[in-house]
Design a protein around this ligand. Sequence first.
Ligand SMILES: Nc1ncnc2c1ncn2[C@@H]1O[C@H](COP(=O)(O)OP(=O)(O)OP(=O)(O)O)[C@@H](O)[C@H]1O
Ligand SMILES: N[C@@H](CCO)C(=O)O
Length: 319
Amino acid sequence: MAVFTPLSDAQVAAFLEKFDVGQLQTLEGVAGGTENSTFFVTTDQHLLVLTLFEQGEHEELPFFVDLLDYLDEHRLPVPGPVHDRDGIALHSLADKPALLFPRLPGRHPEAPNLIQCQVLGDTLGHMHAISQHFPGRRPNPRDLHWLQAMHHKVLAYISPADQTLMKDEIDEFESVFSQYGELPQGALHGDLFRDNTLFDGNQLGGMIDFYNGCTGDLLFDLAIVINDWASDENGHLDRERYDTILNAYQARRPLNSDEQAVWPVMLRMTALRYWLSRLLVVYVDPPAHDLTPHDPQRFETILKARIAQGALPLPEVTP
Ligand SMILES: Nc1ncnc2c1ncn2[C@@H]1O[C@H](COP(=O)(O)OP(=O)(O)OP(=O)(O)O)[C@@H](O)[C@H]1O
Ligand SMILES: N[C@@H](CCO)C(=O)O
């Protein structure tokens, strides 16, 4: 379950009075998710989602609201936060920051088909073409500096060979990225796994859970997507999904020559980013609840597959 703060119907009905969304009909806790409390709220006019923020940097919530507002205004499929009659989106409920969203249609695709991959690549490319102009700023909290600073904390929990691998990889990332200037920048989703998308058939109902959203290298976002969406059970890249996502993305935003040059290393860096973040959750900073943490080994496997597979060529951009 992912309701850490239970709410009563009366609390939610009173909360909804600030908004022009109608009267509460039903309130249901959502089982998915591990970080925030999520509720499906039905009124006589709308299907809504209510999120209470249980952890994280609450002072960063205005950035997420601004980013979602911006993408929503540009007609990207995201849940634009509902604003109250005074134009305010961010409120407090049960002493927790709270946001209300439209409920978007669809389910998380476990085994995405090639049409879904095409739609996702196209939408991410569209989002990045737009998000380059987003005026907000939140430096990427999971970039190379974070890897350098945090990897020491997990070394004691992994094998000597993996310790060497992790340290060597980070040295290699540092060396490669220092040879290039700044890559194209913009706002990122920062965690666009399959379970942060909703597909209604082949239609993308929405990209959700923007709480890793930040500004930085757009390529970082694309590499996260490829590692999650296009890896087979052995961590190897599935060529059809890989080509489909990248072709659709590049039709919206072709990668420049520096991005093409660092691409294989960016795939490895984002794989290591999740290997490390998952190890930190399991060994160093476990959450108070007893939900099963994500498996770090999945991203160890993906990293090793990227190293073994070498630089899988980017598909040719068709003009
Ligand atoms: N706007 C929305 N429309 C439809 N369903 C939603 C929406 N927002 C959230 N959900 C549902 O609620 C679940 C939990 O939401 P969310 O991913 O934001 O929670 P979380 O605790 O931050 O999760 P995570 O563990 O992925 O970080 C989602 O997996 C999805 O099923
Ligand atoms: N998507 C993340 C969890 C949420 O940040 C992971 O799979 O480790």
